[in-house]
Design a protein around this ligand. Structure first.
Ligand code: FES
Length: 380
């Protein structure tokens, strides 16, 4: 793998279709030309970063691929799910203006919220558009691995707002013995199934053991808004599930900088919540007055002073416009780099798993120097 391939490259792709899913969501299908198919091979659960310009300003958003993984030659099409976010520049554009024939720049697939097909029992708890990567994970797993089972617990506000209802019903029809689907609604009463209401830690603590033997699940996949993922994670901890079996991806949609247009599946997490607040307090501690950042990126090195208050990603971007990033919010993990020397403080981390932190990886968009010299390697 080349250094460039490690952290993704943008390619212009033609929009093949924009299909309405619900009143406030669509799927966007891209045509992938034969010569780019190997580069766009993806694992179930990965996402795409889309890039465009509005009023001269570049914006990037990441959206999960919702289609199952195809053959070894790479996909002829790629499909992402996009939900409208109030005030969100990109999602508004996608729902109201984007149409077949348009060209968008699309980064090659990325993300470590993945499950490669293998035998075993897997489960997911998802909220809202958090269903998107899990649809790809479940559909790929059930189609490719006859010895696998999947239990999906999903939460939506109402039937009308639930994305991919038909796709999940089809999956259930194809694999009635191996796919268990539990739908809950927070604002709508069902005639059968769980009562309406939020899917919080308390409810999940009661619900999950009634559905499956929690301690025999090989992998848990939690995806959706911060509150749901955090509640599900707490419930699983309380039920004795080991941390290494739980994978999570936060989808959120809130701006921390007051700007319009933070939207997308892997957007910016709301500030002021437990983890974020603790991390922000740590970041507020003073660092060295002057510091220097040494970077290796695509095999080339640079050495640059870090300006007061800026993140290490901002330092890199002032000098190298090809630095990898998408959300700038500590959520998508696109800016992951290995801390080769020195120390950093991270404002927040909703992307890196504990084993990645132990191995020395940091999120450049959230990192500030804690020592006078810091070295990052984006190629490892
Ligand atoms: S750019 Fe998304 S986590 Fe840093």
């Amino acid at each position: 793998m080349t250094a460039a391939a490690r952290h993704g490259a943008f390619h212009p792709l033609r929009v093949a279709a924009v299909d309405r899913l619900t009143d406030d969501s669509v799927t966007v299908t891209f045509a992938v030309p034969p010569e780019l198919r190997p580069a766009f091979r993806h694992r179930p659960g990965q996402h795409l970063t889309l890039r465009t310009r509005f009023d001269g300003a570049e914006i990037r958003r990441t959206y999960s691929i919702c289609a199952p993984v195809t053959g070894p030659d790479g996909p002829g099409t790629l499909r992402v799910g996009i939900r409208l976010v109030e005030g969100g520049a990109f999602s508004t554009y996608a729902l109201k203006e984007l149409s077949a024939g348009d060209i968008l720049e699309v980064m090659t697939p990325a993300g470590r919220f993945v499950l490669d097909p293998r035998p075993g029992t897997y489960a997911a708890v998802v909220g809202g558009s958090g269903i998107t990567p899990v649809l790809s994970i479940a559909a790929t797993l059930l189609a490719r691995e006859p010895e696998a089972r999947f239990c999906l617990v999903r939460s939506d506000r109402t039937t009308a707002s639930a994305m991919f209802l038909e796709e999940l019903a089809d999956l259930k029809d194809r694999h009635p013995q191996r796919f268990q689907l539990v739908q809950t609604f927070s604002r709508e009463q069902q005639q059968t199934g769980p009562a309406s209401g939020r899917l919080d830690a308390e409810r999940l603590t009661a619900l999950l053991p009634a559905l499956l033997p929690v301690d025999r699940v090989d992998g848990w996949f939690l995806c959706g808004p911060y509150g749901l993922v955090e509640g599900a994670s707490r419930a699983l901890r309380g039920l004795g599930v080991r941390r290494g079996r739980v994978h999570q991806e936060i989808f959120h949609v809130d701006s921390t900088d007051g700007t319009d247009g933070v939207d997308g599946t892997n957007g910016t997490v709301t500030a002021g919540q437990g983890v974020a607040a603790a991390a922000a307090a740590a970041a507020a501690a003073p660092g060295p007055e002057e510091s220097t950042l040494a970077v290796t990126l695509d095999g080339r090195s640079g050495d640059w002073p870090v300006r007061s208050g800026e993140s290490l990603l901002e330092t890199v971007l002032r000098n190298r416009s090809d630095a990898p990033y998408a959300c700038k919010g500590g959520v998508c993990g696109t800016c992951r780099a290995l801390l080769v020397s020195g120390e950093v403080r991270m404002d927040r981390n909703f992307a890196l798993e504990p084993d990645e932190l132990d191995a020395g990886y940091v999120l450049a968009c959230q990192s500030h120097p804690a020592t006078e010299r810091v070295a990052l390697d984006f190629d490892r």
